[in-house]
Design a protein around this ligand. Structure first.
Ligand code: NAP
Length: 351
């Protein structure tokens, strides 16, 4: 019996607050689990019992004092306030005509057991989700969620994938990277992936189907690319930045394209490291480097979901997950994402 069906209305819930701004890798002491009252609902509001939460590298950027882009993407998490993040859950109580008790929703108020969400709150990104035996709620944080969509539009829009492109993808065993590898393979491309351990490299090749993969900790990225793509690459899907980007700029063929998706190698740095030393390669080879946020291509989300549902049904994509159990495991989980202890999409399951 679901919590909604039982009619149970919680009086208290736990949430995780940021209590100190991390320096470098977040520590467990930077977070506190706090018990709060569940408020009475006002007009238009829903009470959601979160069941799964997404852990995303960009959360680290939001823990910093400095705001990356004021008023827009990645607003800062405030101290002694709950952290947010994508979550899915079941509606326990509703004062909104659009959402009934027992409905399932996606929203932006994770890192807490119970969320009060309103369709009028644009920051909440509230969206109804269709949950069934084939499509459990957490799929909307995974294969049908933002990271998989990021892989899709990163390849098709930002990198303008063209027939015959040789594609290099960093962070290839992670949530976004593993989808990018599989989508590029489904479209018939030669794919090279990089990851941080031998086990992940084996996974990228054997399970995700990359043609070649290497461990970036084993030696210079440039050497690995030269060995695996002696004729060069056409597209680089960058999840990492730093040495990876520099090596890719050298390996790209004339007219090549880079989808600047993320820069995880820099997120814990106190001072952003200098950019690639060889940007002139972009001039000389007429390269295109395009930064993007998946939401910039929101208009393609339905098309993406239809394609992904088909691939899932036909067993043509896999979507591995790393799951942390219980709200209090979230800080440990976000550390794990930076330590590379995750494979595929990293989620927290709330009992
Ligand atoms: N543009 C957008 O709209 C958008 C949307 C979602 C995500 N992103 C970006 O996409 C990237 C991947 O995000 P995700 O959610 O899919 O996370 P993820 O890949 O599932 O997890 C992060 C992975 O990054 C790797 N990593 C950590 N530190 C690294 C370092 N210093 N150098 C190289 N690799 C490192 C680790 O794998 P290894 O063991 O292989 O090191 C780790 O598993 C991030 O940069 C994120 O910010 C962008």
């Amino acid at each position: 019996v679901s919590a909604a069906a039982s009619g149970a209305r919680p009086r208290h819930g736990r949430e995780i607050h940021l209590v100190a701004r991390p320096e470098g890798l977040p520590r467990e002491e930077d977070f506190a689990v706090v018990t709060v009252d569940v408020p009475e609902l006002r007009d238009d509001e829903l009470l959601v019992r979160n069941t799964w939460m997404s852990l995303d590298p960009s959360m680290r950027i939001r823990m910093n004092e400095r705001v990356l882009l004021p008023g827009s993407y990645l607003p800062r998490f405030e101290l002694h306030r709950p952290i947010g993040g994508w979550a899915v859950g079941e509606v326990l109580a509703s004062r909104s005509a659009d959402h009934a008790v027992g409905d399932w929703v996606f929203h932006a108020y994770g890192w807490r057991e119970y969320a009060v969400v309103s369709p009028r709150d644009t920051k909440a990104s509230l969206e109804p989700i269709a949950v069934d035996a084939e499509t459990p709620a957490r799929t909307y944080l995974g294969a049908l969620g933002w990271t998989a969509f990021t892989a899709y539009v990163g390849l098709l829009e930002a990198a303008e994938l063209r027939a015959g492109d040789v594609v290099f993808i960093s962070g290839a065993a992670g949530a976004t990277g593993s989808m990018a590898v599989q989508i590029a393979k489904l479209r018939g491309h030669t794919v090279i992936g990089s990851a941080g351990t031998a086990a992940k490299v084996a996974h990228v090749r054997a399970t995700l189907g990359a043609d070649a993969a290497f461990c970036y900790r084993d030696g210079p990225v440039a050497d690995a690319l030269a060995a695996l793509a002696p004729e060069g690459i056409d597209v680089y899907f960058d999840n990492v930045a730093g040495e990876h980007l520099e090596a890719a700029l050298d390996a790209l063929r004339p007219g090549g394209r880079v989808a600047l998706c993320g820069a995880i190698s820099t997120y814990n740095a106190a001072t952003p490291p200098p950019g690639p030393m060889n940007l002139f390669a972009a001039v000389a080879k007429g390269l295109t480097l395009r930064g993007f946020l998946a939401r910039m291509y929101d208009g393609r989300r339905e098309e993406f979901r239809a394609a992904m549902r088909g691939w899932l049904r036909e067993g043509r994509v896999v979507f591995p997950e790393t799951v942390f159990e219980g709200l209090e495991a979230a800080p440990r989980g976000i550390r794990a994402v930076f330590a590379g202890e995750n494979v595929g999409k990293t989620l927290v399951h709330l009992a």
